[in-house]
Design a protein around this ligand. Structure first.
Ligand SMILES: [Zn+2]
Length: 184
């Protein structure tokens, strides 16, 4: 059960074709920040709907789906419209044009576990997308793998801009769920 915005909601982004979609990018709501020389993560509390509504107020950030800790899913942007969830000038261009972005509600600190209900919902959604767009397991990528840039040093230590979703995210498990869908 996905919480969707009304059909006539004034969605942003640009229209795109189903054939353009070949990536799913996994994020977490939380990410590393530097405060007074120390790395800091916000609690990122709240449901999928709470964070979807938060994204609606962001002028320069958007996402297709948010998945809460309880496995609740909210959609911000239709899949056939682009969202702005990756920004970098690296080798892989036009990521936002070709990807579906999924935010997991999590601190993003590499310490908070992803509850089973949240992972189950992620696998189910990824499998649906795999079937819909003919995506193989390798189509699921992490934000950290795509964007390896650093931010300014924090207390003299180098700090990545993006670590999400972090080492506790079961990427192989999600990819395996997609492989089963692809084989059907
Ligand atoms: Zn991210």
């Amino acid at each position: 059960m996905i919480d969707r915005l009304p059909e006539d909601f004034p969605h942003g982004g640009e229209p795109r074709l189903a054939e353009e979609i070949d990536l799913i990018v996994i994020h977490t709501i939380g990410g590393p920040m530097c405060r007074n020389g120390e790395v800091f993560f916000t609690p990122a509390s709240g449901s999928a709907v709470f964070w979807r509504d938060w994204f609606l107020d962001q002028p320069d950030r958007s996402i297709h789906y948010v998945i809460g800790r309880a496995g609740d899913i909210a959609q911000q942007r239709p899949e056939l419209r682009t969202a702005g969830h990756v920004s970098f000038g690296g080798v892989m261009q036009r990521v936002n044009q070709r990807s579906v972005g999924i935010e997991l509600v999590n601190r993003g600190d590499g310490i908070e576990p992803f509850p089973p209900a949240q992972i189950a919902a992620t696998k189910a959604l990824a499998a649906v997308l795999a079937g819909r767009y003919g995506l193989g397991p390798e189509a699921v990528v992490t934000h950290a793998a795509l964007d390896t840039r650093m931010q300014a040093d924090c207390g003299g230590q180098p700090l990545r801009r993006n670590l999400d979703p972090g080492p506790l995210f079961p990427l192989d498990e999600v990819r395996a769920a997609m492989a089963r869908e692809e084989a059907r």
